[in-house]
Write a protein that binds this ligand. Structure first.
Ligand SMILES: Nc1ncnc2c1ncn2[C@@H]1O[C@H](COP(=O)(O)OP(=O)(O)OP(=O)(O)O)[C@@H](O)[C@H]1O
Ligand SMILES: [Mg+2]
Length: 268
């Protein structure tokens, strides 16, 4: 039996793409008393694929991310993670938000390692966990700052630490909700490049929610546009521009215009 077929069988006979880390079908969600936020959303994310989710403010991007990450339960539809139905956040997923939300009383290394020994995490020895934490700190460029407390870090360093904490989980899929939007332009550009570098090295897939078309084009393999009320997925583009994309300004500008036009059209 080949690997793809084996995976389909493991998934309970339901045919899933062997390379899909996340497969969501027919999702809708409503806040109590606040109406339907989104409806009829299906989205697959392949292993190692970076998907950017763009859309105007309030269209439901963060809510969709929370449903896909297992933090909220959809009203209809199903989310599968590595072929299995997901009822809660999967231990091989990780989250990064706009605020780094580090614990102020823990040193950087302890923040990065926080939760790795929780019961729902795959069991690993102390030395293995320490090695994972050290590798994640090194990858985000914070080696030497392991003993620093969050108050001693700049905003960019704190967000690097939050990314390191996510990587230490060795995630198959990283959910990131506007992770760089609170940073200044230069730090943001550094972090975008760092994100692509580390997720390639870690072989992780990413769902990146962003307002920023340029960020989506620089970072993503595929861009998905959400819009409408209730929100739904209106269009998607594969980003076939070679990396480093800043060296291909004409292709970037062309895609930017296409996305901008669709975004205007999709905005309520
Ligand atoms: N806890 C809540 N209770 C009721 N309504 C909510 C709640 N959280 C969000 N909403 C509503 O759901 C809709 C989608 O919100 P969401 O935060 O997902 O949008 P978004 O696309 O992420 O926006 P932004 O780009 O500004 O972050 C909005 O209309 C918002 O007012
Ligand atoms: Mg949001």
């Amino acid at each position: 039996m080949n690997a793809a077929l084996a995976e389909a069988v493991i998934a309970g006979g339901r045919p899933v793409a062997a390379e899909a880390v996340l497969d969501a079908r027919g999702l809708s969600f409503a806040h109590a008393g606040a109406g339907t936020v989104f409806d009829g959303i299906s989205l697959s994310i392949r292993r190692r694929e970076i998907v950017a989710l763009l859309g105007s403010s309030g269209c439901g991007k963060s809510t969709l991310l929370r449903v896909l990450a297992g933090l909220e339960t959809p009203a209809t539809g199903e989310v599968r993670f590595l072929g299995q139905p997901q009822a809660e956040p999967h231990p091989r997923s990780a989250l990064v938000f706009q605020q780094p939300s580090l614990l102020p009383w823990l040193k950087l290394a302890d923040n990065v390692g926080f939760g790795l020994d929780f019961a729902h995490q795959p069991r690993a020895g102390k030395a293995a966990l320490a090695a994972r934490v050290a590798a994640a700190i090194e990858a985000v460029g914070l080696a030497g700052r392991e003993g620093a407390y969050p108050a001693q870090l700049s905003g960019g360093m704190a967000q690097r630490a939050a990314l390191g904490r996510a990587l230490a989980r060795e995630p198959e899929l990283l959910f990131a909700d506007e992770p760089f939007s609170a940073l200044d332009a230069i730090t943001r550009a550094e972090m975008q490049a760092l994100l692509v570098d580390v997720v390639h090295r870690w072989h992780s897939a990413v769902l990146l929610v962003t307002h920023d078309i340029d960020e989506a084009i620089l970072v993503a393999d595929r861009i998905v546009l959400m819009g409408g009320r209730p929100g739904h997925l209106v269009q998607e583009w594969s980003v076939d521009i070679p990396r480093d994309r800043e060296d291909h300004p004409d292709a970037v500008a062309e895609l930017r215009l296409a996305i901008l036009a669709a975004l205007r059209h999709a905005s309520p």
